[in-house]
Design a protein around this ligand. Structure first.
Ligand SMILES: [Zn+2]
Length: 717
C-alpha cells in the first residue's frame, strides 16, 4: 500500500496566483453527468481555493479539432468549424445552469490558442526537441485518404485489445502512435488499410524521462496520476508524433516546407495549450495587475488540472514535457477523477444509459443537488454510481434532513424569539467546533478532497442539530432566557458557518442562506474566517431551502430511464456504433465511458498490469504475514494521509504507520481484524516508527481482513 503523502510545507493558500482547469469538453455531442463530474468538481475546487483566500482563476474551453469532429461534420455535410462552433455555443449556455462559473471559457480554434500553440511548437523546434522521421501511415485506397487517429482501428500491439488509431481505449489505455495499431481497418470504408510512408514531426519526449520522474515525485493531486505514468516511464518513453495528415487543425508553424504542407498539429498538441490561452484571455480582460497569466504559466503560479482518469498520460507525460521544453512552468497538481456509472452499469451514450445535462435541468432539479451528489459520493478517483434512488437518499438525508433542517429550525427560532441574531456572545464550545470545521476544510482542499470539503459542512450541520437537541432552547425561553439566547446565538453562528463552508459545493443554496441571514454581498466573496463573524442583528422570516424528493417521483424517473435504455436497443453487447461518439481528446470522458458498457470492465482501465515474472514458493515464505487486530488508530500531526496504528499480532503489539487517514474513519478501526506483513523492515515516517505493513487493496486502501475465525497472530499462507 502507498504511504506516500501529498503533504507540503507550501500549503494552500499561497501568495502566488493559482489556475484551476478542467479537461476541455470535446465539441462533439451533448453533455451528460459523466462530463459534469469534472467541470463541477474543478469549479468546486476553484471556489474552495478562493474561500481559503487563494487568488484563483478557473478556465477552460471547447476542444474543436481532431478526427471525431471532422468525421461527424462530414456526415452532417457542414464544415468542421461550423459543427464544432455549434457545440461550443451550446456548452457555453449549459455551464452556468450548473453553477459552473468559468473566469474564461474559450475554444482551441480561436486566435489566442492558435498563436500560442504555434509559438510553443516553434520554441520546441528551435530548442532541438523536434525532428522529422519517415513513418508508415494508414491509408484507405478507396477513399484516397490517409487515416489518422479515429479514422483507423485495429489491434493494440501492447495488450491485444481492440484499439483506436491513437488510443487503446478498451484495453491498456495507452496512447498509440501512428502506425502502431495492428491489422488496421479504415473506419470510412471498413476496408483493410494500407500503410504508406510519410514524413512527420516528432517530439523527443524520451529526452524528458529524468525531468518527468522528478516532476511526478513532486506532483500533488490523486495517486493514480502519479502511479500510472511512473510505470510508463519505467517501460521506456516513446517520442511523440506531433502531426497528422489532415486539414482540420492548427497548421504546423512555418508550414511551407514540403513536409509540413499537408499536415496539421495533432489535436493533443493544441488542446492543453488552451489552458494557457484561456488564462491569457482572462488576464487580457481583467488586466495584468489583477491577474498575471505569465507569472502563473511561466514563473511560479499554482497550476491545478482536474481531468478524467482516461487522459492521465496526456497530462502527466506529454503536457509537462511540452511545458518544460518550451520554458513554461509545470503543473502543481493533477487530480484524475473516476468515471460515473448508472445503476451499477457503465454509462453508455449510444444505449442512452446516461443522465443528460438538459434532462436533469428539464426535470426541474436544482443544480446544487447534483453538485453535492457528484462531489461527495465517493473519493475523487473512485468511480461513482448514479441512481435516482441514491440521489434521493443523499438529498433527503444530508441536504434536507441535516443541512436544510438545521438551517430552518435555527433561523426560524431566532426570528420568532429575537427577530434575528440574539444579543449574546458565541460560546467557546461552538467557536472551537467551527474553527475545527474550518481546519477540516483547509486540510481537505490541500488533499484535493471534494468529499472532505462537503463533509466539513455537513458534519458541522450535524453537530448543530445535536447541539440544539441537547440544549432544548424551547424549554429555556421562560425559565432561563439568557441561556436560551445563548443557545440560539450559537445556532445562528453555526448556520452561517455551514453556509460559508458549503458555498464551493452548493453556491446558490449558500447564497440563499446568506441572504436569509440579512448579510450583504455574496457568500462567494467570503473567506473561511468569515464563518466566525457575527451575522447582522436582524433578519426576516426564513424559508426552507431544500425540498424532499418523493418516492413516486423517483419511481417515475426510474421508469423513464428504463424506457429510454430499452428504446435505444437491448443490452446485447454489440459495440458497433460506439466508436463514432467517442473522441480522442482532452476532454470527453464519454469516450472512455461509452466503452465501459460491460460492468466487469468498468475498472480494468485503472488496474495495474499483472507482473510477468514468477516467484518461487521459497520467496513467498520469506514474507511473514499475520492476522492482527487494530487496537487504536490516530492521525499523525503534519501528515495529511498517514495514520498511526497499534496492531495486536498475538505475540506483541506493533506500531504501524499506514497511508489511510483520508480513506478510513479512524474511529471505526479499533477492533477490526487486519492482515499485517510482520517482517517488513522498520521505517520512520514523520518521526513515527512503523514496524510492519498493513495490507490493503487499491488506491482507496481497502483493508484486507479474514472472514472466519482466524485467531490473532495466525500466519497467512
Ligand atoms: Zn492496449
Amino acid at each position: 500500500m502507498s504511504t506516500d503523502s501529498t503533504t507540503t510545507d507550501d500549503a494552500f493558500p499561497t501568495d502566488r496566483p493559482a489556475v484551476v482547469t478542467c479537461g476541455l469538453p470535446y465539441a462533439n455531442g451533448d453533455l451528460h453527468i459523466g462530463h459534469l463530474r469534472g467541470y463541477i468538481g474543478a469549479d468546486a475546487f476553484s471556489r474552495a481555493l478562493e474561500t481559503l483566500g487563494q487568488e484563483t482563476a478557473y478556465v477552460s474551453g471547447s476542444d474543436m479539432h481532431g478526427t471525431p469532429v471532422a468525421v461527424n461534420a462530414e456526415e452532417e455535410g457542414v464544415s468542421p468549424e461550423e459543427f464544432a462552433m455549434e457545440w461550443h455555443e451550446q456548452y457555453e449556455e449549459t455551464f452556468p445552469k450548473f453553477n459552473v462559473d468559468f473566469d474564461n471559457y474559450g475554444h482551441t480554434h480561436d486566435e489566442t490558442n492558435t498563436e500560442l500553440t504555434q509559438e510553443i511548437v516553434r520554441t520546441l523546434d528551435d530548442e532541438g526537441y523536434i525532428y522529422e522521421k519517415e513513418i508508415q501511415v494508414a491509408y484507405d485506397p478507396d477513399a484516397d485518404q490517409y487515416l489518422p487517429d479515429r479514422y483507423v482501428e485495429g489491434t493494440c500491439p501492447y495488450c491485444g485489445a481492440k484499439a483506436r488509431g491513437d488510443e487503446c481505449d478498451e484495453g491498456c489505455q495507452r496512447h498509440l502512435e501512428p502506425g502502431e495499431v495492428e491489422d488496421p481497418t479504415s473506419t470510412i470504408t471498413g476496408n483493410a488499410a494500407e500503410y504508406r510512408d510519410r514524413t512527420h514531426k516528432f517530439f523527443e519526449v524520451s529526452e524528458f524521462a529524468d525531468f518527468l520522474t522528478e516532476f511526478l515525485d513532486g506532483l500533488e493531486g490523486t495517486s493514480n496520476a502519479r502511479n500510472q505514468p511512473r510505470q510508463w516511464i519505467e517501460e521506456g518513453l516513446q517520442d511523440w508524433c506531433l502531426t497528422r495528415d489532415m486539414e482540420w487543425g492548427i497548421d504546423y508553424p512555418n508550414g511551407d516546407s514540403e513536409t509540413t504542407e499537408d499536415i496539421v498539429l495533432y489535436v493533443w498538441v493544441d488542446a492543453p495549450v488552451e489552458y494557457i490561452a484561456s488564462t491569457k484571455q482572462y488576464a487580457d480582460r481583467v488586466g495584468t495587475d489583477e491577474y498575471d497569466w505569465e507569472r502563473v504559466w511561466k514563473e511560479d503560479g499554482d497550476i491545478v488540472h482536474v481531468i478524467g482518469r482516461d487522459i492521465i498520460q496526456h497530462h502527466t507525460i506529454f503536457w509537462p514535457a511540452m511545458l518544460e521544453g518550451a520554458g513554461y512552468n509545470k503543473p502543481r497538481a493533477v487530480a484524475a477523477t473516476g468515471f460515473i456509472t448508472i445503476n451499477g452499469k457503465g454509462l453508455s451514450t449510444s444505449r442512452n444509459r446516461a443522465i443528460w445535462a438538459k434532462e436533469y435541468l428539464a426535470e426541474g432539479f436544482h443544480p446544487d443537488l447534483l453538485r453535492y451528489y457528484l462531489t461527495t459520493t465517493g473519493g475523487l478517483q473512485q468511480d461513482v454510481d448514479f441512481s435516482w434512488d441514491a440521489f434521493q437518499e443523499k438529498v433527503n438525508g444530508e441536504l434536507v434532513g441535516t443541512v436544510g433542517n438545521f438551517w430552518y429550525r435555527s433561523l426560524l427560532f431566532a426570528y420568532r424569539n429575537y427577530e434575528g441574531t440574539p444579543e449574546a456572545d458565541v460560546s467557546e464550545e461552538v467557536t472551537e467546533r467551527i474553527e475545527g470545521a474550518i481546519g477540516q476544510t483547509r486540510e481537505a482542499v490541500n488533499d484535493y478532497s471534494l468529499r472532505g470539503i462537503g463533509q466539513a459542512a455537513t458534519q458541522l450541520a450535524q453537530f448543530g442539530n445535536e447541539y440544539i437537541q441537547r440544549n432544548e432552547p424551547w424549554k429555556l425561553t421562560d425559565d432561563d432566557p439568557e441561556q436560551a439566547a445563548q443557545v440560539i446565538r450559537d445556532c445562528v453562528q453555526i448556520a452561517k458557518a455551514v453556509g460559508v463552508l458549503l458555498d464551493p459545493i452548493a453556491p446558490d443554496k449558500a447564497q440563499a442562506l446568506w441572504e436569509q441571514l440579512g448579510e450583504d454581498g455574496d457568500v462567494a466573496d467570503a473567506h473561511l474566517e468569515d464563518a466566525l463573524e457575527s451575522p447582522p442583528r436582524n433578519f426576516d422570516e426564513p424559508g426552507e431551502l431544500f425540498e424532499k424528493i418523493e418516492d413516486d417521483r423517483v419511481a417515475e424517473l426510474n421508469e423513464k430511464l428504463e424506457e429510454r435504455v430499452a428504446a435505444a436497443g437491448d443490452d446485447d453487447e454489440s459495440d458497433a456504433d460506439e466508436e463514432t461518439e467517442s473522441d480522442d481528446t482532452a476532454s470527453d470522458e464519454s469516450a472512455a465511458m461509452a466503452d465501459e458498457d460491460e460492468d466487469e470492465d468498468a475498472a480494468t482501465g485503472d488496474l495495474e498490469p499483472l507482473l510477468e515474472e514468477r516467484i518461487g514458493f521459497e520467496d513467498f515464505q520469506e514474507l511473514d504475514i499475520r492476522v492482527g487486530r487494530i487496537e487504536s488508530a490516530e492521525g499523525i500531526e503534519g501528515a495529511d494521509d498517514l495514520a498511526k496504528l497499534e496492531v495486536d499480532i498475538g505475540f506483541e503489539t506493533r506500531q504501524v504507520v499506514a497511508g489511510i487517514k483520508q480513506l478510513h474513519d479512524l474511529d471505526e478501526l479499533p477492533g477490526e481484524k487486519c492482515i499485517l506483513l510482520a517482517n517488513m523492515e522498520p521505517a520512520e515516517l514523520f518521526g513515527v516508527e512503523s514496524n510492519g505493513m498493513i495490507l490493503a487493496a487499491g488506491d482507496e486502501a481497502d483493508l484486507l481482513t479474514t472472514h472466519d475465525d482466524a485467531v490473532v497472530g495466525e500466519k497467512v499462507q
